[in-house]
Ligand binder design. Structure first.
Ligand SMILES: [Zn+2]
Length: 135
């Protein structure tokens, strides 16, 4: 497989992604203007927006990291943890540092709380469905 070609494709995808993220983040910079709504539902909207902003900033850092490693020549399309090739994964997610197996492992470690809250949400959906059936 032509590794250099794939790396240059990743680089293009990463540069595009970086530009989109920067534009998006620039558009969110008026967030402080929402502070006046803290007593109502506007507060929740501001919270959601700031959560998304944090995720976008994190993603932007990952994208810039990957571009940096392409620039210095350390980008080789291998998982940084187990060293496995991950060209397939890079075509969908060019900023990826880990293969899907290692990534899942990390995510599982970090998201135990999230999984628990999802389980709670699912059980409440079930009880609502049960109510509408019996009613
Ligand atoms: Zn791996």
């Amino acid at each position: 497989m032509a590794g250099e070609e794939i790396i240059s494709q990743c680089k293009q995808a990463l540069e595009k992604k970086r530009m989109e993220l920067r534009e998006k983040l620039a558009g969110c910079s008026s967030l402080s203007g929402l502070r006046g709504f803290e007593d109502g539902s506007g507060y929740n909207i501001a919270q959601v927006k700031s959560n998304n902003r944090e995720m976008d900033l994190k993603l932007l850092r990952e994208v810039e990291d990957a571009l940096e490693s392409i620039a210095v020549g350390t980008f080789n399309g291998r998982c940084r943890k187990c060293g496995q090739w991950m060209w397939d994964r890079l075509s969908a997610c060019p900023e990826a540092k880990y293969c899907i197996v290692c990534k899942n492992e990390e995510t599982r470690k970090n998201q135990n709380c999230l999984i628990q809250s999802r389980a709670v949400a699912r059980s409440s959906v079930h009880s609502v469905a049960h109510l509408s059936l019996s009613g």
